[in-house]
Design a protein around this ligand. Structure first.
Ligand code: N2P
Length: 377
């Protein structure tokens, strides 16, 4: 074959190959799009969903989920208020959702696209809606309390049989904190959950927005600051389960997850949780869609999936928080449903309150008091 013909042949073969490749890859892309059903970017609390919920949702819908986690409303709020967080679905606590909506950082949820919204517990949903000032801001995922988790043996060894394992004083009284220092005390890094409860311990209303009450709460926290191992909202689950800390201000479900992890590991640590008799705050975490979300339809599909009774029950059975979903109750482990630390009794409810929506002035006070305490000043 003449050299020029050989080049021509190679050129033709290369061109056919390139056309074939392009044709092939465009086909692959097309079939991926139709198979995947697009994307969804979720930002949720850590330790807040069953292990297989996301993969089951992906398998069922073909939607590709990116799932990131946070452990603080403040971190979520900073991202959402900065705009273009990139998330399609997030789970703020109702007071933070209310503030975010005031700043137009969230869009309405279209409940007509969520048939399983019918499964919601109207009493729970109404409390969140009232706080947020809208009935289409989102659906309550889970709710719970803030209380104290402790290691039965370690605390009894240090404080004796009369340890006040029904009061905030177990941690907030400096005399007790000093005795528990060596086995480790942790506190949630959650000013809007901790400060109001310190106020109830001091005899003020947990719903107070008075500067002097926040200052007093900050002072009480500073008095125990030297005895604290750390201030963090996600580390204490494993640490208390492993016996690395012995008492912690924690959220209800996290404390029960810790108790369960210890039991599972058969490491001999018995972890208990109580709602202090001075009272505590109940909170409601709401699935909500930020303004500017790119995959709004998929966010609705995901919320609808999460609202299915069986899916909601599986999540509760895994994370040990109370569900916003009434229909799920049939599938929830009876031990969880009847546990007063998870679903508080009517009597306990008398002492419970919900942290109010702080205006910007109160928010500044909270931030100042909290920063001073966490810095150890
Ligand atoms: C889950 C924490 C949940 C909630 N680890 C606090 N609102």
């Amino acid at each position: 074959m003449a050299r020029s013909n050989l080049f021509l042949l190679i050129g033709v073969i290369a061109a056919v190959f390139v056309i074939f490749l392009n044709f092939d890859s465009s086909n692959i892309q097309k079939s991926e799009v139709s198979e995947t059903g697009g994307e969804l970017k979720i930002y949720n609390w850590s330790d807040y969903i069953a292990e297989d919920t996301i993969s089951n949702f992906e398998a069922e819908t073909g939607i590709k989920v990116t799932y990131d986690m946070y452990d603080s409303n403040e971190v979520l709020e900073a991202k959402i208020l900065a705009g273009s967080s990139g998330y399609d679905l997030v789970v703020p606590t109702a007071d933070f959702l209310a503030r975010g909506r005031e700043a137009s950082a969230y869009q309405d949820m279209d409940l007509s696209k969520i048939p399983n919204a019918k499964n919601q517990n109207p009493e729970i949903q109404e409390q969140a809606d009232t706080m947020v000032g809208s009935d289409s801001a989102g659906l309550v995922y889970m709710w719970g309390s803030t209380g104290i988790a402790y290691n039965e043996d370690m605390v009894a060894e240090r404080l004796g049989p009369d340890a006040p394992t029904d009061s905030w004083s177990l941690i907030l009284d400096p005399k007790n904190a000093a005795k528990l220092q060596d086995c480790g005390i942790a506190i949630l890094d959650a000013p809007t959950d901790v400060l109001p409860n310190v106020m109830t311990y001091l005899g003020f209303e947990g719903t107070s927005m008075e500067e002097a009450h926040f200052e007093a709460a900050g002072g009480a926290l500073s008095a125990i600051r030297p005895y604290l191992r750390y201030i963090n909202s996600s580390q204490s689950i494993n640490d208390i389960a492993n016996g690395d800390i012995c008492a912690a201000i924690m959220w209800s479900g996290d404390a029960f997850q810790a108790a369960y992890r210890a039991e599972d590991a058969e490491n001999g640590h018995v972890i208990d949780y109580y709602i202090p008799n001075e009272g505590t705050n109940l909170w409601f975490d709401v699935m909500a869609i930020p303004t500017g979300a790119k995959n709004v339809d998929n966010a609705h599909k995901f919320v609808d999936y999460m609202m299915r009774a069986d899916v909601a029950a599986e999540n509760v059975n895994y994370v040990w928080y109370a569900s916003g979903n009434k229909a799920a109750e049939e599938g929830i482990d009876p031990e969880i449903l009847s546990h007063p630390g998870i679903y508080p009794t009517e009597k306990a409810k008398e002492k419970l309150f919900v942290t109010p929506v702080y205006d910007s002035k109160t928010d500044r006070i909270v931030t100042r008091v909290w920063n001073r305490f966490s810095a150890g000043n």
